[in-house]
Design a protein around this ligand. Sequence first.
Ligand code: NAP
Length: 324
Amino acid sequence: MKKALITGVTGQDGAYLSRLLLGEGYRVCGLVRDSTHPDLGNLRALGVQDRVEIVTVNLLDLSNVIAVLSQQGPQEVYHLAAQSSVGLSFQQPIGTMEFNVQSTLNLLEALRIARSAARFYHASSSEMFGRVQALPVTEETALHPVSPYAVSKAAAHWATVNYRESYGLFACCGILFNHESALRGGQFVTKKIIAGALAISRGALERLSLGDLSVRRDWGYAPHYVRAMWLMLQQDKPDDYVIATGRSHSLEDFTRLAFAEVGLDWRERVTSDPRLARPSDISDIYGDPAKARRELGWHYGMEFPELVARLVAEEQALYRGETL
Ligand code: NAP
């Protein structure tokens, strides 16, 4: 039985990846920063909280990381923990940089020192591309990050590539575009829109304020995206892959569809507030997942309206306390 270690197991992707790996017959160990008060809500929402072993680690403490890796002896390590909010990174640039880069270096260095054969996955991000010159983005597109979060992910991405090239680690970067689910944190805009539309439909909220509605993103469905992470670590050779749907839509499109799902006209309920816009932002971005399709056999296959409808239905299920 293979063992996988997941950092950031309490997050959206950590929960979906846990469920996937358990289904594939793995033993899953989830690393948390404080096991006395871990928020296992996402694992609980997927009904897998009792099947994941929870272990505390301080990912900024190399000796602690080395100890946990040697105690657990995993075959696969998925590094998903991060200060993952672009918006928050503008308020906490140093904390974001410190955690996202140092935690990655510590894991890589621990694997190198221990001469571990464990396969390593790093959660890189489409945000790294930032100010792109041409679309769609591929694995070869130059990076020009435009937020502290994106800068931190670019640094951790290149550290991962460097450990692969310099020390021969089996280390892969999944360059994932935005992927959503009902398990997204409340600070993320898709969750805010859907939770807002549902609250308005229940009469619990009057209006919703959003930032720039013209920005376009390539949004996908999280459970399909975590499958790509696992596929990367099952290949003969480590490599980096763009995981995307291949098409972008505007935040206005997303808002319109989400509100229509609950029988509302978004134009009557949504205010665009320039104060919520970011200091610098990407106007449009979408990726080309051809390499992942060709080499991993990863196929997305969900249309945008279906994604939004599913997110709304799952948010309603979560509200009713149902397991997703
Ligand atoms: P998420 O829901 O925000 O989860 C982040 C995880 O990181 C949580 O488990 C959180 O633990 C942990 N974490 C944050 N700061 C930490 C710290 N200082 N010490 C220890 N753990 C810490 O993120 P996600 O959507 O699942 O994304 C997973 C990864 O993919 C992240 O690295 C993210 O940057 C990257 N990514 C996400 C997307 C996307 O669209 N979702 C796209 C590209 C890349 P707590 O519960 O303790 O806070």
